[in-house]
Design a protein around this ligand. Structure first.
Ligand code: GLU
Length: 507
């Protein structure tokens, strides 16, 4: 038993994207694998979108997929006081400051710490010499260093670095004279008692440092400190910003491992400093590459069903969707596609999560779902099919016994419950014929004549597989159609479609 704690921290918006729920699945699998805890935190601070209905939807989706969690869910919106208190703590210890004139009601800004000797996540890269855009202003004050670089085309590109970003900074003019030396002035600058500005600054010389962490999926990730700015953690209206709420809650929930989408990597560089400032060792991180479409773009509604609710509505089985998403970007090795939950739990490992984006393949999901469908106990399958059929007008004509026989015949061919819609030909007097297929199959020599004869002759035949087969064979022979070649036209005539179960069973 390890002491690890994993969490899923969604912002409920009403629809749960499969990419988001895959994050929950990976956290859940890893927590169950190592005997750690899996907790749910609902980041419901967006009052517009995080409605009770959105939260309810999220909880239902988790329940449907069997993603159970170990404590009562934590609602972030209930913790505003705690988040403000953490901001006060940062202000009191000098690790944050108020923007502008420093009044109450001004945003609270977290300072990327200046004293980083003790912090293992920060390492020295080496000396750097930046050439500034000539004639553009440079300003150094308590909020950091504002300067302008030339783009490759010579256009001005404004930059802003936190004070910690330029260690031992010296500002020089074109002749190489030192205009300003940060180390000596730093305390007064931080206190807001001094600032420096110049239009003559041409060179910045400093020691570059970087913040880095070992991501369990992506390996070592690093970012130069001079590309970071101090971070607003409380807005002027007093509302805590995502970064603060997210980290404080992770601290209070005792989260040891954060597994989340790689759209959060940039946040992580900043969050490491917040953990440090709050006196906590940062958690371990794993950032999951996103789910993409065949063109490599983020998988979205435009590519097909994208929300868990849609898959549920289309009659996918939760076990199949869970299995598919778990193996989308993770593999235990070999070519495994179908695995039961226990097996996934025992084999799961973040170190085998692929580093590149995972490509969504709806056909593969359909096939997998079909396999799970085929394994359902027949009465269960019949009941689900019946539920599905209830929304189709023809279901009123589907007498239960015949429906059960049709379900038994079609189970092994059903990939998803919406396929039930195509069963209408079993129950209605005349199906809707597919025009193109009809033309194709009935134009074959002898086919139309043989069918016409069958239409009359079949009335006298005992309605049973073998007898039907024999009658069809005879009609085919008589009209010079090779045995078997009449099956497709016949299927089309009886069901309206060119594919389906065995034709004699179907009849
Ligand atoms: N609520 C945020 C999201 O859904 C934060 C996620 C996290 O830290 O895992 O993107």
């Amino acid at each position: 038993m390890t002491e690890s704690c994993y969490r899923f921290a969604p912002s409920p918006t009403g629809n749960v994207h499969i990419g988001n729920i895959r994050v929950a699945i990976f956290n859940w699998l890893q927590a169950r694998h190592c005997g750690g805890e899996f907790v749910l935190r609902i980041e419901d601070t967006d009052q517009q979108r995080s409605t009770p209905a959105a939260i309810d939807n999220l909880l239902q989706v988790m329940d449907w997929l069997g993603l159970d969690y170990d404590r009562e869910p934590l609602y972030q919106s209930a913790r505003r006081q705690r988040h403000r208190q953490a901001a006060e703590q940062l202000l009191a210890s000098g690790q944050a400051y108020r923007h502008g004139a420093g009044q109450d009601g001004e945003p609270v800004v977290f300072r990327i710490p200046l004293d980083l000797e003790e912090f293992a996540a920060v390492t020295t890269v080496g000396p750097v010499r930046l050439e500034l855009m000539a004639g553009q202003p440079l300003a150094i004050d308590a909020t950091g260093i504002a300067y302008v670089l030339p783009s490759r085309k010579g256009k001005p590109v404004p930059q802003h670095s936190c004070l910690a970003g330029m260690h031992d900074l010296r500002v020089r003019d074109a002749a190489g004279n030192t205009l300003f030396s940060l180390p000596e002035q730093l305390p007064a600058i931080v206190r807001g008692e001094q600032c420096f500005s110049s239009d003559a600054a041409t060179i910045l010389e400093f020691t570059r440092r970087q913040v880095s962490f070992h991501d369990l999926v992506k390996g070592v990730l690093a970012k130069p400190l001079d590309s970071l700015r101090d971070l607003v953690v409380v807005r002027s209206d007093g509302s805590p910003v995502f970064h603060l709420a997210n980290v404080v809650d992770d601290v209070d929930q005792g989260v040891t491992d954060i597994v989340r989408g790689d759209d959060h990597v940039e946040n992580t560089y900043r969050h490491l400093f917040l953990f440090h400032a709050l006196g906590r060792t940062p958690p371990r991180y794993a950032h999951l590459p996103m789910i993409v479409n065949p063109q490599g773009k983020p998988y979205s509604k435009r590519d097909g069903a994208a929300f868990v609710g849609e898959f549920r509505q289309q009659g996918y089985l939760p076990e199949a969707l869970f299995n598919y998403l778990a193996l989308l970007g993770w593999s235990p090795g070999g070519d495994r596609e179908k695995m039961d939950r226990q097996e996934m739990v025992s084999l799961f490992s973040l170190s085998r999560v692929q580093r590149t984006a995972a490509q969504m393949d709806l056909r593969k999901l359909d096939n997998l779902n079909g396999q799970y469908m085929a394994e359902l106990p027949l009465p269960d399958f019949i009941a689900r099919a019946r539920d599905q059929a209830a929304q189709y007008p023809w279901s009123t004509q589907a007498e239960p016994q015949l429906f059960a026989r049709v379900a038994a015949l079609m189970q092994s061919r059903t990939k998803k419950m919406t396929d039930v819609e195509d069963w209408q030909s079993f129950f209605v007097e005349l199906p809707d014929y597919d025009e193109k297929e009809t033309r194709k199959h009935l134009s074959k020599p002898g086919a139309a004549e043989a069918l016409a004869e069958l239409a009359e002759g079949l009335g006298q035949v005992e309605w049973e597989e073998e007898a039907l087969e024999q009658a069809v064979r005879e009609a085919a022979e008589k009209h010079g159609v090779r045995p078997g070649k009449l099956n497709q036209p016949l299927r089309l005539a009886t069901t309206g479609a060119a594919v389906g179960a065995g034709i004699f069973e179907t009849m």
